[in-house]
Design a protein around this ligand. Structure first.
Ligand code: APR
Ligand code: ZN
Length: 381
């Protein structure tokens, strides 16, 4: 077993897609990637896909630029820093934006996937250990994103955010488990715990919403109502198991009233997969008083408040949210990869496009125009 690669301990010069400012098209640059420090891992990214949250923070007028985005990916460990015991060069891995240190109060509890030490923080642009970046261009630092920065041939990630998976699993497919697919599936299986026979409504039919539809089908839901403003999304939703299709634009009354009428009170479970506070409100009202549970999955970056009169909670509806589908990355993700390999979980239809690394900007426009669900970017030539 060879634990030292020729590049171990060396700074690597490689290509990365650098965002120089908010909304500025990415530029493929030659950058330097330092070796991993203690408890860090340097990964050769083979495939990465564009997720909505990359776009959200690329558009945000924050100071954390230049920056390397990307958080949905798969790759191979190139080298590990001191003290990394569970990973070695050659391991196939998925980096995850929400880590699992294994030692904090949260990690030790089965009740949450939040980690006190590696909780998601989209505004942090440096490594945890020393507050520096591992990326630079001609000596100028380039900031990290979500601790993952996968739009690069090589990246450095804290070991708590690196998950070792089955080396026979196709990296160009399992990269999707790094965010969107796991998020949607987990929202159904872990957060809502949808049971056989239940009725479900899904708002927003991007990759996340479609993963909710797929998860609900596998859980045995009897009715899956798919809601989207873009009717072009309904065909794929049907493939994944949706039974009813609603376009809010085609109804005179509020969509929650339509759903209440269709179901005689409301669905057992509803999921918001858009990232819009008013859709969150509709999803909440679409579920059955007494026991209906509404799960917020979408991320609203606008800082808006949710409005609710506390008396409404006496209706007995439950309102909650889900991050990374409630999955603890190291404990739960390998099992999801195994389910993909055994075809218990199928989502290849989610990959509507692939592009070489040099054409990564096309992935942005495809997602923004609603033309793609997931575009897989081949980082490794
Ligand atoms: N009602 C219903 N559907 C809507 C509405 C609305 N008011 N507004 C937008 N949509 C639909 C869009 O037409 C699109 O099909 O929501 C879908 C969103 O899909 P994507 O943009 O592809 O996003 P996705 O990657 O699935 O992520 C969804 O989850 O993780 C979060 O940050 C992510 O907030 C985002 C959400
Ligand atoms: Zn922890």
């Amino acid at each position: 077993m060879c634990l030292v690669t020729p590049t171990t301990g060396q700074t690597i010069t490689c290509k990365a897609a650098v965002a120089w400012g908010p909304k500025a098209p990415l530029v493929i640059e030659e950058i330097q990637v330092e070796p991993p420090q203690a408890q860090e891992v340097r990964i050769k990214i083979t495939h990465t896909s564009l997720c909505h949250s990359d776009v959200t923070f690329w558009e945000a007028p924050v100071e954390v630029f230049p920056r390397i985005f990307g958080h949905e990916a798969a790759g191979i460990v190139e080298s590990v820093g001191e003290g990394v015991l569970d990973l070695k060069p050659g391991d196939h891995v998925i980096p995850v934006f929400t880590g699992e240190c294994g030692n904090c109060k949260y990690c030790k509890s089965p009740r949450t996937n939040i980690c006190a030490n590696y909780a998601v923080d989209a505004l942090r642009g440096t490594m945890k250990s020393d507050g520096r970046t591992r990326f630079s261009i001609q000596g100028k630092p380039i900031f990290h994103f979500m601790g993952t920065s996968t739009f690069s041939e090589y990246t450095v990630v804290d070991q708590a955010q690196v998950v070792k998976v089955d080396p026979t699993a196709p990296l160009d497919k399992i990269c999707l488990l790094g965010c969107g697919i796991a998020t949607g599936i987990g929202a159904v299986w872990k957060t809502a715990k949808v049971e056989a026979g239940a009725s479900v409504a899904v708002f927003g039919l991007g990759a996340v919403g479609l993963a909710v539809v797929a998860g609900a089908k596998i859980a045995g839901a009897s009715r899956i109502i798919a809601v989207d403003l873009n009717p072009a999304k309904f065909a794929k939703a049907k493939v994944f198991g949706a039974t009813d299709f609603l376009n809010p634009k085609e109804h005179d009354k509020a969509i929650q009233c339509v759903i209440q009428e269709m179901t005689g009170g409301g669905v057992d479970y509803s999921f918001e997969c858009v990232g819009n506070t008013s859709v969150m409100r509709s999803a909440y009202e679409s579920c059955q008083p007494g026991w209906g549970k509404s799960v917020i999955v979408g991320v609203d970056g606008s800082n808006k408040m949710l409005e609710i009169n506390p008396l409404e909670f006496f209706s007995g509806r439950i309102w909650t949210a889900s991050v990374f589908g409630g999955f603890k990355c190291k404990s739960d993700l390998p099992d999801l990869v195994d389910k993909y390999m055994s075809k218990e979980l199928e989502y290849d239809e989610m990959i509507t496009h692939t592009r070489p690394f040099s054409r990564i900007n096309e992935a942005f426009s495809l997602l923004q125009k609603g033309e793609s669900l997931r575009c897989v970017i081949e980082v490794e030539a």
